[in-house]
Design a protein around this ligand. Structure first.
Ligand code: GLU
Length: 418
């Protein structure tokens, strides 16, 4: 259980801003501006369910800051979505785009719903109504949505169609994370994980930890988690544990990540994978492994389990998996945490590459996309690491300092209107 204090992700995001502000001696006027999102849209979404009755869903789009470019960020469908969660995720998107130095601000969308228990038709109607309700506030130069937890390239296709029908012409650059057939980018599907494991690899270099034969645990087996496991295995890392919302599995001799994915596709869960034993979901986070990849939701590593974390490297594929209290403990215990805003920025980086390709009507190969992603990730890793070394702080503080400074510079130069 997560305590009240840890449960509010926006409180956590603001605590992080607070400590970065001290580090970079942030102008108090700019700090004041960055305490609140620029715009919050709250929309009600009445949908005809398959059984004939109407259900009214609640949706949000929070646009945190656009000083560096159009708002950018995914849309989450989950029963636990709350306005404070979406505000936090929009804040983190702002820092994320800044730390990898792509010309975007930050936003996030969320709809309170349980997509696992909805039909395709219900999800389509919900997505189209949500799009119609926020249509005036999105667009290639305004705000560009993308997938997040429990949304995917099909969701993006419906958004693209709805938005384009309203505009009267096809506008591929209004969303990213589209299928290839609609102007998606090569490499976007597994880019979050590719970036995350690039960061883990760079962190291993810093610690002089050989990856061949190292061990890892992956919490969460959605898009980011499952691909992270695959890329770790490609580097010779032994992935010994994996989990999803149904439970966790362990195998001392290592799991075959692709086979685990096939098992999950067939049965709906990683649990029951042949040759693995079931362990507690919390136990996974405390395993004796070299690398831990939290790839689920917020507040997984808290002050309660952080003292028991034995991993040397944590590369955060999820957004906000570690609370500020847990962060302090991990820092004391010398765990190298590559923070979410950096570790999972591969997704939005390739979203940016997709958007550029859409605007230019010119398409790149997967190798070209991956090479551009690799350059951006390594550069962002190095600038965050150097900042952390310069100030003798954690890599999270280093990454936040780099990114918030860039946003602050842009806000300052733009000035106030009127
Ligand atoms: N939802 C992803 C994230 O949290 C991707 C956002 C995007 O590509 O705009 O970074």
């Amino acid at each position: 259980m997560v305590s009240e204090k840890e449960a509010n992700p926006y409180g956590n995001a603001m605590k992080q801003l607070e400590s970065a502000a001290k580090l970079i001696k942030l102008d108090p006027d700019i700090h004041e501006i960055l305490r609140q999102p620029k715009r919050i849209l709250a929309v009600s979404l009445p949908i005809r369910m398959d059984d004939g009755h109407v259900r009214n869903f609640q949706g949000y789009r929070v646009q945190f800051n656009d000083a560096r470019g159009p708002f950018k960020g995914g849309i989450r469908y989950h029963p636990n979505v709350s306005l404070d969660e979406v505000k936090a995720l929009a804040t983190w998107m702002t820092w994320k785009c800044s730390v990898v130095d792509i010309p975007y601000g930050g936003a996030k969308g969320g709809v309170i719903c349980d997509p696992k228990n909805m039909s395709m038709g219900e999800k389509e109607r919900l997505t189209r109504r949500y799009t119609a309700m926020i249509a005036d506030f999105i667009g290639p130069y305004r705000d560009v949505p993308a997938p997040d937890v429990y949304t995917d390239s099909q969701t993006m296709s419906w958004i693209l169609d709805t938005y384009s029908q309203i505009q009267g012409y096809q506008v591929p650059a209004v969303v990213t994370g589209k299928p290839l057939a609609l102007g998606g980018s090569e490499g976007r599907n597994n880019s979050t994980a590719r970036g995350c494991i690039t960061c883990a690899r760079e962190a291993a270099k810093v610690l002089n930890l050989p990856l061949k034969g190292a061990t890892a645990a992956v919490q969460g087996y959605g898009n980011a988690g499952s691909w992270s496991a695959v890329f770790l295995a490609e580097l010779g890392v032994n992935v010994v544990a994996a989990s999803d919302s149904q439970g966790a599995i362990y195998s001392k001799s290592g799991l075959d990540p692709q086979k685990v994915q096939q098992h999950k596709d067939k049965t709906g869960s990683v649990v029951g994978f042949q040759g693995s034993e079931e362990i507690g979901s919390n136990e996974l986070l405390e395993l004796e492994v070299d690398i831990l990849i939290p790839a689920a939701l917020e507040n997984s590593i808290t002050e309660r389990n952080a003292p028991n974390v034995k991993a040397k490297i944590i590369s955060e594929a999820a957004n906000g998996p570690t609370t500020p209290e847990a962060d302090a403990i991990l820092e004391r215990n010398k765990v190298l945490v590559v923070p979410d805003i950096l570790a999972n920025a591969g997704g939005v980086t390739v979203s940016y590459l997709e958007w550029v390709q859409n605007l230019e009507r010119e398409y790149w190969t997967e190798d070209e996309v991956n090479a551009k992603l690799e350059r951006k990730m390594v550069r962002a890793f190095n600038s965050s690491y150097q900042m952390s070394q310069k100030h003798g702080v954690s890599m999270r503080s280093g990454a936040l300092a780099v990114s918030i400074q860039r946003v602050a510079d842009a806000v300052k130069l733009l000035g106030l209107f009127p």
